[in-house]
Ligand binder design. Sequence first.
Ligand SMILES: Cc1cc2nc3c(=O)[nH]c(=O)nc-3n(C[C@H](O)[C@H](O)[C@H](O)COP(=O)(O)O)c2cc1C
Length: 365
Amino acid sequence: MVQTVTDRRFKTSFVKDKLKKYKFNIDNADKSAVQFDLGELAEAQAMLVSHAMEAKQGEGKVFINCMEKLGMGNPAQTLKVRLEAAMSAGIDGITLSAGLHLGSFGLIEEHPRFRDVKLGIIVSSARALKLFLKKVKRTRRMPDYVVVEGPLAGGHLGFGLDWAKYDLRSIVADVVEMLAREELDIPVIPAGGIFTGSDATAYLERGAAAVQVATRFVVTDECGMPADVKQEYFKADEKDIEVNELSPTGYPMRMLKHCPAVGAGIRPGCEQYGYLLDKDGHCSYIDAYYRERERHPKGKISVKDKTCLCTHMRNFDCWTCGHFTYRLKDTTRQDADGRYRMLSAEHVFKDYQFSKDNKILLPDE
Ligand SMILES: Cc1cc2nc3c(=O)[nH]c(=O)nc-3n(C[C@H](O)[C@H](O)[C@H](O)COP(=O)(O)O)c2cc1C
């Protein structure tokens, strides 16, 4: 949601201006008129990336994540702009996510930094990776790394509702074996449910080059989520977490099931946001919303089968989470008032690096 984030950080007014431009369409179920201005999109992306690159210190690299499933009413062009603007603004690397990305290398192959920026992809099977590799062969450029995301990850999943039948360890083994067979030396990075340093080293010992983690960092000062929402993540029990089909992307999504986004009936926010619109200006939440509106023309409605991901994400109301969110309470101390103590990203990072025997380092008393 690059324009939304840029507005919040740098006091720009991309969202307000877009709403002003398309206000006439707000009660129309057909959103095909709603388009991102590609110049403004590039400007927002460049601002976000260049600011991060200027703030960067030391040897580490800064990567961004680009989701293909965000069609933004014009899928190929908006993805190209997001990728190229980040490359031009000096990003060290880009992870291609939420989609097969069969055309993504082709979109940016003319960019002067195409062979210099690190490019990786997230896959959930050896089969998806094989398809991608076949497709990018023509560009004579292989990905620099592959993130293998299993069924316990946070947010959108590359599995069906039968996600529990799959396990990360076997998928990583399949991918490592496939790459060896094809004589490709591409670093493999498992993700999804790697909760302790011991989980991480177990993967490193089995041939992984690194691990990707997220859930444990949600409850750190550095995470952008509001403090009260972070407490909800701490408090969550296993029964509070579900994988559902509320996301209009069509991918199953894991979230805390009591979050405000579940069952809400707000008007679609496409005129100001519109990140999920496909090439025809369509999003399945719009259908679900107008169906309920027709049934209940007056007053508040509840939409149970889909959610307006853009607006709820913007408001921090959609609490997507990893499977092991219910273990977060075991990673900190509870204060006398019942609130869980917030951690620092450094603390969590060090715990991943140095903990042994599945132990978790609690913050100082
Ligand atoms: C709150 C949350 C939001 C996430 N949002 C995204 C996202 O927008 N795009 C994406 O590709 N992955 C997203 N992920 C997935 C992570 O990038 C990561 O691969 C995965 O969650 C790692 O598993 P773990 O959370 O068990 O450590 C999200 C994860 C969490 C916990």
